[in-house]
Design a binder for this molecule. Structure first.
Ligand SMILES: [Zn+2]
Length: 108
């Protein structure tokens, strides 16, 4: 005698307002896969846009007037910058260079 209680629970509508919060992912180009969440109740309000398909995400500061589309367009902007290869500092590589310099010092 299994209970079938949870069968339709997935269809329950979210109580949230239905704003335009689904966007096309700049990484996998999947339409409607990006969701924006804005957390204004945090000490430092922030917003996160993330793709449910490729799990790429982008976080930025938010304020009372921040809307999902703002977060999304900021994400697009930062992607564009990255794609153009403008001064993208790479802390990872930097750390590796330091390590190499150190080993050289040890060797001599
Ligand atoms: Zn994606």
């Amino acid at each position: 005698m299994g209970k079938r209680k949870s069968r339709t629970s997935k269809l329950t509508a979210k109580p949230k307002k239905q704003l335009e919060t689904d966007f096309t992912c700049p990484f996998c180009s999947h339409p409607g896969s990006v969701q924006c969440d804005i957390f204004l109740k945090e000490r430092r309000p922030f917003a996160v846009a993330s793709c449910s398909i490729c799990t790429e995400s982008y976080a930025t500061k938010a304020h009372a007037l921040t809307e999902p589309i703002d977060v999304y367009s900021e994400w697009i902007d930062s992607c564009r910058e990255a794609n153009e290869g403008v001064v993208a500092p790479r802390p990872h590589l930097d750390g590796e260079a330091k390590r190499r310099r150190k080993t050289q010092d040890d060797g001599s």
